[in-house]
Write a protein that binds this ligand. Structure first.
Ligand code: ATP
Ligand code: MG
Length: 354
């Protein structure tokens, strides 16, 4: 394997430190050429330095090849002025590293199919990946505002994407599809929105570069419906910031187990920030009961997408599946009669399953 990769660990707040420790345990067990450095982000950083994304953290995060994050925030910091809130640290690091591509797999292991909001036969074995553009679209487009026109207030935002922005997220999605079942569905609303007509055109222009991937298109209203009706028809979905916001939460709910869902946010250099989809869960922090699997699976994504180490990434995913098959459950994914284990025991079990 290649040169040593540097991983910046940002445990953050709440259950963050507990779950990141388990992911590190798993990575170390694989004996990969990895180097770890730890820094402060969020509330922990505010307490130590007064800032949610302090300079020392910026330096480490920029130098590292990838960042593994726990979670930030908690009631302790909710009364601070906005610039000092822990969540600001997260927004700042995403912007600083220019993380424009958000990858959220929604995987439902057969063993947990009963936890879903849908019938087991609809979702058992679900394995889809949503690629959401994260830095453009109607969220950031100018002009925007609320102003007086003809004696009444009007509110307006601008949905805008340049072809370069569409192309770079498109490439990430095609590459991801290539590593999976080779089907990419691009979601837009081209029948009414010009921005997304361009989105569709640019996706079509990219397609010949990826002849091994089948590209299809779907309107967002239909995609929202299909995700509930027959989610297993999808492999990779690529879409803009706003549609992606909605569809990725919808897809997450299909699995019904927030403690299981990893995520990756990537920039053009392949550098990424990896974190569980869930928050800092202050209600269970420090109790040793948090589910570390979303963070462990985020570490697997890091090996795959930032380092190109597919085999150890798969090994982690298989180990997770194995411990679920053995019947191990943290409290959040336990059904009556299951053996409930704590955070560290779950991490140990994944290591043993490797
Ligand atoms: P945020 O605003 O940061 O997303 P939130 O309050 O919306 O936070 P979470 O912090 O994810 O959401 O917590 C929601 C619920 O899920 C809480 O009851 C929490 O205990 C539970 N939860 C979240 N993550 C885990 C986990 N890894 N293991 C067990 N339970 C979890
Ligand atoms: Mg939330």
């Amino acid at each position: 394997m290649s040169v040593t990769k540097k991983v910046c660990l940002l445990p953050g707040d709440g259950i963050g430190p507990e779950i990141v420790a388990e992911a590190v345990k798993v990575l170390k067990a694989l004996q990969l050429p990895l180097e770890f450095e730890t820094a402060l982000l969020g509330g922990a950083a505010v307490d130590a330095t007064g800032e949610p994304y302090p300079e020392a953290t910026q330096t480490l995060a920029r130098e590292a090849d990838a960042v593994l994050l726990g979670a930030v925030g908690g009631p302790k910091w909710d009364t601070l002025p906005r610039p000092q809130r822990p969540e600001r640290g997260l927004l700042a690091i995403r912007k600083d590293l220019n993380l424009f591509a958000n990858l959220r797999p929604a995987i439902l292991y057969d063993e947990l199919a009963a936890a879903s909001t849908l019938k087991p036969e609809v979702v058992a074995g679900l394995d889809i990946l949503i690629v959401r553009e994260l830095t453009g679209d109607i969220y950031f487009g100018e002009p925007r505002g609320i102003e007086m026109r003809n004696g009444e207030r009007v509110g307006f935002n601008t949905m805008i994407y340049s072809e370069a922005e569409i192309r770079r997220i498109g490439r990430i999605a095609f590459e991801a599809a290539r590593k999976r079942r080779k089907h990419l569905c691009s979601v837009d609303k081209m029948n009414v929105l010009e921005t997304t007509q361009l989105w569709r055109d640019v996706m079509n222009e990219l397609a010949p570069e990826y002849p091994d991937v089948t590209l299809t298109h779907m309107l967002v209203d239909n995609a929202a419906m299909q995700l509930v009706r027959a989610p297993k028809q999808f492999d990779v979905i690529v879409t803009g910031n706003m549609f992606g916001d909605i569809l990725s939460d919808e897809a997450a709910m299909l699995t019904g187990s927030i403690g299981m869902l990893p995520s990756a946010s990537l920039n053009e250099t392949g550098k990424g920030l990896y974190e569980p989809c869930h928050g800092s869960a202050p209600d269970i922090a420090g109790q040793g009961v948090a589910n570390p699997l979303a963070t462990i699976l985020s570490a697997a994504m890091m090996l795959r997408y930032s380092f190109g180490w597919e085999d150890p990434a798969r090994a982690i995913e298989r180990a997770v599946q194995k411990v679920l098959a053995q019947g191990l459950r943290t409290r959040d994914i336990a059904a009556p009669g299951d053996t409930v284990v704590g955070t560290a025991a779950m991490g140990d079990a994944v290591v043993a399953a490797l």
